[in-house]
Design a protein around this ligand. Structure first.
Ligand code: ADP
Ligand code: ADP
Length: 226
């Protein structure tokens, strides 16, 4: 069973903009899918529909073997990492990472264990008591990744997570996120307009234009047949 199935997915925004046009994709377990294409081609809308943050106009979305069109975001077994990190400014790094687990009433000692484990993997264990404003951009992005990780989602969704970082850090975080994907052994769906990012990170790349899928292939095949 595919980990994720998008069947004839369409999105028409109020006002009539057709943002996504008959999107079909089957994603296997542990793939790293990159949605790539110019600004306005429908990448973000697609990701937000998978997350449940945007209603699907028509079509069917399966996560695992469950039809999730009408399932609330928090019940979809997904976690999303945003470009602007979306950390809670009044909470420490620890509290930011623990927040989702606290809501789920996970026991305190288990929360502490999971947060510390994730923080260690991401190299932020020395920052747990800091507030987000006392962190660099790269550190904030790691906290956002950590907050997603501790929930152990089936699918990781990332919307341009590196675009607020400077060029050097962007290259470093690319490698880190690829390593994280290998380590977590889970499915990633990653949105970017940056072709280099797509080619270096994806196991499969979905090229979009004007809401329509143009090509779906491995980086190697896209490189050989652009
Ligand atoms: P991308 O992520 O590739 O930049 P988006 O998915 O954000 O593209 O946008 C796809 C299209 O949908 C664009 O034409 C955009 O203007 C439009 N769009 C996005 N969000 C909304 C919205 N909330 N209401 C109306 N149109 C929208
Ligand atoms: P409360 O539940 O009273 O609001 P906190 O949210 O501050 O308390 O912390 C909850 C638990 O999380 C604490 O009992 C502590 O074990 C753990 N904790 C908080 N901050 C840290 C940290 N920086 N490092 C390790 N554990 C922490």
């Amino acid at each position: 069973m595919a980990k994720l199935l998008l069947k004839n997915i369409n999105k028409v925004y109020a006002g009539g903009v057709k943002a996504v046009d008959n999107f079909n994709l089957e994603v296997e377990d542990r793939e790293f899918i990159v949605l790539v294409g110019p600004s306005g081609c429908g990448k973000s809308t697609t990701l937000r529909m998978i997350a449940g943050l945007e209603e699907i106009s028509s079509g069917e979305l399966y996560i695992g073997d469950r039809l999730v069109n009408d399932v609330a975001p928090k019940d979809r077994d997904i976690a999303m990492v945003f470009q602007n990190y979306a950390l809670y400014p009044h909470m420490s790094v620890f509290e930011n990472m623990a927040f989702g687990l606290k809501l789920k009433k996970v026991p305190k000692d288990e929360i502490e264990k999971k947060v510390k484990e994730a923080a260690e993997i991401l190299g932020i264990e020395h920052l747990l008591d800091r507030k987000p404003k006392a962190l660099s951009g790269g550190q904030r992005q790691r906290v956002a990744l950590g907050r997603a990780m501790v929930r152990e989602p089936k699918v990781f969704l990332m919307d341009e997570p590196l675009s607020n970082l400077d060029a050097k850090l962007r290259v470093q975080m690319r490698t880190e996120i690829s390593k994280l994907h290998q380590r977590l052994k889970t499915t990633f769906i990653y949105v970017t307009h940056d072709q280099t990012e797509a080619m270096t990170m994806g196991t499969r790349i979905v090229v979009m234009k004007d809401g329509v899928i143009q090509q779906v292939d491995t980086p190697k095949n896209l490189y050989d047949n652009p």
